[in-house]
Design a protein around this ligand. Structure first.
Ligand code: ADP
Length: 224
C-alpha cells in the first residue's frame, strides 16, 4: 500500500518552515493523522556529510562541491529517515508532510549546472532518489515562489531575531538568486505546483493568505 506525500519546497527564506508549521497546525485542528518530516535531519548522524559541507569543511563556497557529490550527502540522510522513521507509516497508507525533500537537491544543487547539463542532472536526481534508492515520489510538491530580495530580507530578519548566522548557502546572495532561477526550471521540469508569494501589486502576501492556498491544494491532494 502507498501513502500520500506532500512536500513544501522553496529557496532559503521563502517561508517553508513557517508554512509547514501552519499546515501541520491545520491538520491537527482538523483531527487528521499524519507524520512530519523535516529535512535535513541536522540532529542525526546520517546528516554528517551535509553538515560538513554547509559548515564549509569542503570549501567556503557552495560550488567547491559539485552538484552530484553534494546531492548524495542529502540523499543518504533521506534514505536513513525512510528506513528508520517514516517508511513503515507510509507503506501502511499514512500521510506524510515534508519540509523539503529530494526536491531540495534540485533547487540547491541544480543551479551549479546550466542548460542541457542541468536537465541531465534533474533526470539523474529523479532516477537516483526515486529509482535507485526507492524513495517514494511526492504526490504534491508546493513550490513557494519568493523573489530573492524578499527571501534575503526574511533570512536577515530571522538571523537577527534568533541571533544566528546563515550557513554557506544562506549568506551567499548570488547563490540564492541562482537557486531561485533553478527552482523555476525544476518546477517546470518536474511539474511542481507553484505557490506565488507576491500579490499582483508586488507585495509579499500574508502568511495566512499563502497558507489558505496551500491548504486548498493539500486538501485536494489528500481527497479531503
Ligand atoms: P525557510 O524555512 O524557507 O528558510 P522561514 O519559514 O524560516 O523560511 O521564514 C523566514 C522568515 O521570514 C521568518 O522570520 C518568517 O517569519 C518570515 N516569513 C515567512 N513567510 C513570510 C510572509 N509571507 N510574510 C512575512 N514574513 C514571512
Amino acid at each position: 500500500m502507498k501513502g500520500k506525500l506532500i512536500v513544501l519546497e522553496g529557496t532559503d527564506g521563502s517561508g517553508k518552515s513557517t508554512q509547514f508549521a501552519r499546515l501541520c497546525a491545520r491538520m491537527d485542528a482538523e483531527g487528521l493523522q499524519y507524520h512530519r518530516l523535516v529535512f535535513p535531519r541536522y540532529q542525526e548522524p546520517s546528516s554528517m556529510l551535509l553538515r560538513m559541507y554547509l559548515q564549509g569543511e569542503f570549501g567556503s563556497h557552495p560550488s567547491d562541491v559539485n552538484a552530484y557529490a553534494a546531492s548524495t550527502f542529502y540523499a543518504v540522510d533521506r534514505y536513513a529517515a525512510w528506513k528508520q522513521d517514516w517508511g513503515g507509516f507510509y507503506q501502511r497508507g499514512g500521510v506524510i508532510l515534508a519540509d523539503r525533500y529530494t526536491t531540495s537537491n534540485a533547487v540547491h544543487q541544480g543551479g551549479k549546472l546550466e542548460g542541457e547539463e542541468q536537465r541531465e542532472f534533474f533526470d539523474w536526481l529523479a532516477d537516483f532518489e526515486y529509482g535507485k534508492l526507492e524513495l517514494p515520489r511526492p504526490d504534491l510538491v508546493l513550490w513557494l515562489d519568493m523573489p530573492t530580495e524578499k527571501a534575503v530580507e526574511n533570512l536577515r530578519r530571522r538571523e537577527s531575531e534568533t541571533h544566528t548566522k546563515g550557513d554557506i548557502h544562506e549568506v551567499d546572495e548570488d547563490y540564492l538568486r541562482c537557486c531561485r532561477a533553478c527552482a523555476k526550471k525544476a518546477a517546470e521540469h518536474y511539474g511542481w505546483q507553484r505557490v506565488p508569494c507576491l500579490d499582483e501589486a508586488g507585495a509579499v502576501r500574508s502568511i495566512e493568505e499563502i497558507h489558505d492556498e496551500i491548504w486548498t491544494l493539500a486538501r485536494k491532494a489528500l481527497n479531503l
